[in-house]
Design a protein around this ligand. Structure first.
Ligand SMILES: Nc1ncnc2c1ncn2[C@@H]1O[C@H](COP(=O)(O)OP(=O)(O)OP(=O)(O)O)[C@@H](O)[C@H]1O
Ligand SMILES: [Mg+2]
Length: 366
């Protein structure tokens, strides 16, 4: 059953809610708290799906409660409906700016209350699905980056292997064909050659397979960035906004869509992570530069970087074994992908101001 928490400093108001929603007691589990701090304790013990809170309360006000919820990683996604008897529009606007999902006027009308609760629960349901999907996606990103890394190392090794096998097969064939061996030696050499041949074809199969996912397609850059924005938007905390300066014309490049998405997601997630105080914006833009080049820009107003960090940005030096989200593989994978698909990257950063990454691709003329 979905849980709703009502908060008001007057017992009478809480009793009123209980009466109004009596017929829904089997649909929703309803909890009541007389103060913001009681409410926080209750949520800590048992999560809720919606909070309906008064604004003016002694001790912690509704807005202060809202602020505390938004700062808490576990609670920031609980939808909060703010109740107010006030005609004070500034207060109402403030509540919405701080992340309240809806406002309700006192005295509360039953139909109105029920309709809003249903709406908010529905929204919460969709939001939960999106958040789950995003978590799965991020996990997938980390895994595919690890695979990329293994791929980079393996493909180098496989190339060498293929060359070495060519030498083994070549020399053994030469010795057999030139009749330089006696019968026993020649039988053994034939075995070496066959084994070498078999190994060669195996290695070639692996090489072929590793080329499979390098498929190039014509990509509309605007569409890819639309996708990125809709993937990221639901995961942002309230103070962080995405600006997408979508150009009027479609811009095409020839690349691998999955890999390009991986590049942009990495840059955006880094930018968001750099806004540790959960304030600021991430600005995305795309444009043609000259006749032949496309530039995609990812700019953030985060912490920026010092020179030391900038120097080793695209290397493997950030790899950490810490259990958790960060692997330190992100920009290394980005660079590797760009090298593979004729892309270039540059970065500008200032500590305390923010960072801009620019990615360049050859323009594809339709
Ligand atoms: N936009 C940015 N603003 C500030 N620092 C950044 C930014 N992008 C990258 N960095 C710095 O560069 C480091 C390396 O980034 P990279 O994406 O390679 O790894 P990560 O983000 O630490 O881990 P992962 O991407 O695997 O989760 C980051 O830890 C951070 O210190
Ligand atoms: Mg990263």
């Amino acid at each position: 059953m979905e849980r709703i928490l009502f908060i008001d400093d007057e017992q009478m108001v809480l009793d009123g809610f209980k009466r109004l929603l009596w017929e829904y007691r089997n649909n929703w589990e309803m909890e009541f708290a007389l103060s913001g701090s009681d409410a926080l304790r209750m949520i800590e013990l048992h999560p809720v799906d919606v909070i309906i809170t008064d604004i003016r309360m002694p001790g912690m006000s509704g807005l202060e409660l809202l602020e505390q919820l938004k700062q808490n990683e576990n609670h920031r996604n609980i939808p909060v409906v703010v109740l107010t008897a006030d005609q004070d529009r500034t207060l109402k606007r403030k509540a919405l700016e701080m992340g309240a999902i809806d406002l309700l006027n006192k005295p509360v009308d039953k139909e109105d209350l029920v309709a809003r609760i249903k709406n908010v629960l529905q929204l919460k349901h969709y939001q939960d699905i999106v958040i789950e999907n995003n978590k799965a996606l991020e996990k997938q990103l980390v895994i595919s980056q690890k695979m990329d890394l293994v791929g980079v190392m393996a493909s180098g090794a496989i190339h060498d292997l293929s060359n070495l096998l060519a030498i083994i097969v070549g020399y053994s064939s030469f010795l057999i064909e030139e009749n330089m061996l006696d019968k026993i030696e020649s039988t053994s050499m034939e075995k070496i050659r066959r084994a070498g041949d078999k190994a060669s074809s195996l290695v070639n199969q692996i090489l072929k397979f590793s080329r499979l996912d390098q498929k190039l397609t014509t990509i509309n850059v605007n569409e890819i960035i639309d996708d990125i924005v809709s993937i990221l938007s639901p995961t942002l905390s309230n103070g962080i906004h995405i600006k997408w300066g979508k150009p009027n014309e479609a811009i095409y490049i020839k690349s691998n869509a999955v890999k390009l998405q991986q590049v942009l997601l990495n840059l955006c997630i880094n930018g968001i992570q750099a806004m540790s105080d959960s304030q600021g914006f991430l600005a995305l833009s795309a444009k043609r530069v000259g006749q032949e080049t496309v530039c995609i820009e990812v700019m953030d107003t985060g912490a920026g970087m010092d020179n030391e960090t900038m120097k080793k940005l695209f290397t493997l030096s950030f790899i950490s074994n810490e259990e958790g989200k960060k692997t330190g593989l992100g920009l290394f994978a980005v660079k590797h992908i760009l090298d593979e698909y004729k892309g270039k990257i540059e970065v500008e950063s200032e500590q305390g101001k923010g960072t801009t990454f620019r990615v360049f691709f050859p323009l594809f003329q339709q």
